[in-house]
Ligand binder design. Structure first.
Ligand code: DQA
Length: 172
């Protein structure tokens, strides 16, 4: 993905980076935990990280569970990979978990802080089991690592598809 196939056109993959409640207040929200960088700056960091990986990154934030679920459905219908920081939804939203379970492309859960090292209600993630993996505790670098993981998962899938095609062609 993102590479120029021989004689073909470049394929830029669109990735959604979804952020849940209160993350729009990054920079002023508990800066000792979440840092002093604003949400707009985080969005720019994700877009520039995406560009370096040949990914087109669309960053969104909502405080509304229904809107978040709508975006997850949109991603599933369009076979779009997702990086999601579900924020507090992580710990209790079975509705979001069920929406994410319908995914049709790579999915990485991300957290700025390390929920495992915080209050006990944060130790449960109801979405973790439907994701490819989780990156937590590295501040905003968590998002960069999550995008890198998406790029690796897409490259692996592309290689697998190529192998299957070759095997089909080799059939008598
Ligand atoms: C968070 C961790 C959650 O427990 C919390 O509710 C958040 C942010 C994080 O990025 O560290 O809102 O997802």
């Amino acid at each position: 993905m993102g590479r120029l196939p021989e004689g073909g056109i470049a394929v830029i993959t669109q990735v959604l980076v979804l952020n849940g409640p209160n993350l729009g207040r990054l920079g002023i929200r508990e800066p000792e935990i979440y840092g002093s960088v604003s949400f707009d700056e985080l969005a720019e960091l994700c877009r520039s990280t995406g560009r370096a990986l040949s990914l087109h990154v669309d960053v969104r934030q909502t405080d509304d569970e229904a809107e978040m679920i709508g975006w997850v459905h949109e991603a599933a219908d369009a076979r779009m990979p997702v990086v999601i920081n579900p924020a507090a939804f992580t710990h209790y939203s079975y509705a979001l978990r069920d929406a994410l379970a319908m995914r049709t492309a790579p999915l990485v859960e991300v957290h700025i802080s390390n929920p495992a090292a915080r209050e006990s209600f944060r130790h449960t993630s109801v979405v973790a089991a439907v994701a490819d993996g989780t990156v937590a505790g590295f501040g905003l670098v968590s998002y960069q690592l999550a995008l890198q993981a998406i790029a690796e998962l897409l490259a692996e899938r592309a290689k697998q598809a190529e192998r299957t095609q070759h095997a089909d062609r080799a059939q008598p």
